[in-house]
Design a protein around this ligand. Sequence first.
Ligand SMILES: Cc1cc2nc3c(=O)[nH]c(=O)nc-3n(C[C@H](O)[C@H](O)[C@H](O)COP(=O)(O)OP(=O)(O)OC[C@H]3O[C@@H](n4cnc5c(N)ncnc54)[C@H](O)[C@@H]3O)c2cc1C
Length: 608
Amino acid sequence: MAEPTSFDVVIIGSGAGGAPIAHQLVLAGKNVLVLEKGPLLRTQDETADGRSDFRRDELLSTGAEKRITLDGVANRGAAYYSSHVEPDINDEPHVYRTASGDDKATIEGYTAQVVGGGTQLYGGVSYRFTERDFRLQSANAGRPLRDDPNGDVAREARDWPFTYADLEEFYVQAETLIGLNGQVAGQIKHFSKDSYQPPLRPNPISAHVEAGMDALGMTRYRTPLAVITRDHEPSGRRGPLPAAGPDTGETAKTAFVNRYGDPLGFKSSTYVALLRPILSRPNFALRPNCVVTHLECTGRTVSKVHYLDPSGTPRVAAGKVVVVACSAIESVRLLKLSAAADPAFDAAINQDGNGILGGYFLTHCFGGASALVDAPARYDKSLTLDSDWSSDHCATDEFLEANQLWAGAALYNNTSDRALPLALGRNYQSRDLDTVWDGFTGEARLTGEALVGFLGDHFGRGLSMTFMANQVPLKSNRIELHPTVKDKWGRAAAYIIKGWHPHDVAAMTTFAQVCRDVLWHGGVRKDLGAGGVYGNDDLARCANHVLGGARFGTDPRDSVLDGDCKAWGFDNLYVTDGSCMPTSGGGNPTLTIEANAFRVARQLKERI
Ligand SMILES: Cc1cc2nc3c(=O)[nH]c(=O)nc-3n(C[C@H](O)[C@H](O)[C@H](O)COP(=O)(O)OP(=O)(O)OC[C@H]3O[C@@H](n4cnc5c(N)ncnc54)[C@H](O)[C@@H]3O)c2cc1C
């Protein structure tokens, strides 16, 4: 029997921006199709042989060394290894323009290409943004700021088209349905309800961070993590996570849960939390390994979604509503490819040339400090979740006034040694996803006894503090279609053009110093360095947080989407991943993307 082609809603992408809408509309009885480019990787309880499809390490290379063979990129000929959860660089590169004007192919800016998208691989750090994060234009009106001589912040910052108070009930909904553990007390955000499950015991090495934060008078709280520690009724997942109960010793390798793909299903990806529970419903179709190539319109209506099925055969689907949620870079690319193929689509999505689509691309200002605890101390990092403690200290109005900064940062610690000794070696001095072996292979001294010594010094001893902060929005930071580099289907590759504003550099330097202070006051003395990611503009530097490029707003001349994420120029096209964000938020973005998608789902339920 032929597969159905007409639906109430067609959703492109199954990650943070897409899955909440599928979940809500399927439960409301609507006919929903999700088209997902990547495969469905199952948890171990879903497979006949009890082995998960995940390989436990998103950086695990598959196959032998390869070479970049793309024409027109400066790193043609460079060696790389494919991962099992990302596209191959030669097949579907992202291209970024370096500070010196070279174009380089990269895998940065892909979150994960699997059912569940980036939420399958993420660390699960799940902050709410602060109330101020939603109104950075009004909060900074008339304020003197460091390193912003041309008033770029005042000119370019935008308030969101809704407030924290408007989103709060959807934060509660997301936290409840996704499944988080954490602690409300100590956060500066208002919570109408505490929907967290209890956190696990922190790793003993995090006591240094606890002590450092206390010594500096910083209010701290247990980091909200998208990992269930108890039974989670909405998704039918069973707890407790082993380490939540009596110490089960060697079986409690919980560090693998919020690092890499989780074979156990405790990490609350949108697949296990939202899509798996509705998979058997007759009004839901999930089609993995289906890449959407372009959208076609008739007047103000997206009338056809063109995609390739797993065999590469062109197919078409139609929906009363079409939701694009491919993650920011790929969503912008899909919209631009559709515009390039059809002048009518072009006029509608670009609002007859307002030039906003692709502009104001954002990641996060991020960085921090890392150090080694002194020997003989050594900690087993595999027995706990990562990222134990957080603080909103750097997001308070007092801190931002004192430092003349426009927006705050979330701070949290990391305990992992990148989970495995092999990964520790492979990531040594790596600077992005494309250079995982670089530092290690370039370090000729790390062989034989010196390698054993290196692992002895580092393994079980590393402790880091991270900050995650807003990046100043600039129209010149943008996603375009690359003029010459194509993917394996002959479609233009995404072209990432992005730099840092001087105020970003000032903010990163300030936050990194606070991170270092926390470690120092916590008694960790072997300083491995502190800073932000602005140092090497030769690298794409996406932090896996790709945001903006199709921002929402209140004025069609200044935004791509209205406040409900509907494209201004269309009646039935919505974009609900991180690309809708006009500012990147002072914390990891995924919970906000999910909460916003639940908000849009409410509108769509009423509309269809
Ligand atoms: C290693 C890692 C760690 C991270 N840690 C954190 C963290 O701790 N906290 C946090 O908040 N965030 C974290 N993130 C970021 C988080 O994953 C993203 O913010 C989030 O997933 C973005 O949601 P999205 O809906 O925009 O895109 P995604 O969740 O990535 O979903 C996009 C989906 O669309 C699919 N797709 C793309 N193009 C097409 C197409 N043409 N046709 C069909 N399907 C398509 C993709 O395959 C993908 O599945 C991390 C990411 C990674 C990779």
